[in-house]
Design a protein around this ligand. Sequence first.
Ligand code: SAM
Length: 290
Amino acid sequence: MPRDDHDDGFVVASQESESRTNAEKASLLKHGKINGASGDIGRMNGDIANVNYNGAGAAAALPGQRSNALAIPSYLQEHYYWAYLNPRNVRLLDREIIVKFILWGQHRRLRDAAFAELEPGSRVLQPACVYGDFSPALATYLGPQANLEITDIAPIQLAACRRKLRNLPQARVRRADASLADNNVFDAVCCYFLLHELPDDYKHKVVTALLERVRPGGKVVFVDYHKPHFAHPLKPITSLIFDRLEPFAKSLWRHEIVDFAAAPKYFSWRKQTFFGGLFQKVVARKMAQS
Ligand SMILES: C[S@@+](CC[C@H](N)C(=O)[O-])C[C@H]1O[C@@H](n2cnc3c(N)ncnc32)[C@H](O)[C@@H]1O
């Protein structure tokens, strides 16, 4: 199994502490000066993230590290190393033209449909990085008064995203696993093409965790694949690509996104499909009294 040898393999959430060297961080960890994830409601996105691979797809712990620190999930390592963790390919693929191509020319339309659900000036969570200009465009759309938090489990993705957001102080980037609980609550969550890459148990965890991240009245916006019309000319090629490269995507052909929510009744659900049903936008609005 290839190593993720990216230098940013050990990230602490606060911007201030990112200037520490890994050795300093390890020492602080060992002596309990910075906190790990908290325990009593299960694993949480905390302050500590460590992804030093041992070469077998599991995360190796530093001395003194708590066992519930963040690790790269095995589905990502096994099925998407080439796309999101391999440094050479990340440099190659992180381009707007690639996203446009992968999404059959529908990226701008889908992106704008997602943005249309979000209020400029609001607090928004984007729970996974997206290649190309998505994040800077979202930060620009939300405006200088907004607060955009972009998270991802892969340090190499965070580093690339951070570079793209250099002149957009309304956006901040931090390491987190979208499937884990977190105390920060937002006006909206914008989840763009993450679900299809997750095994179904993770789809459940991520949908459920993201629904917890909005205030009453707030929205979670999912944009992702959907089962195309049976006569869609791109259905056979999409099916082939999914069978070869995206082993968890077809579950979105069989299930509705709402089916992955643990407590759907506390939300009103709205779905719109695009491009002959190949794509969908699902908006879950949290009821005011939930
Ligand atoms: C949003 S998805 C794909 C988006 C789209 N296909 C594109 O062109 O970028 C890819 C990202 O999800 C991240 N990811 C996967 N599982 C995650 C998880 N459990 N928590 C946070 N980020 C995750 C990966 O590290 C990767 O950066």
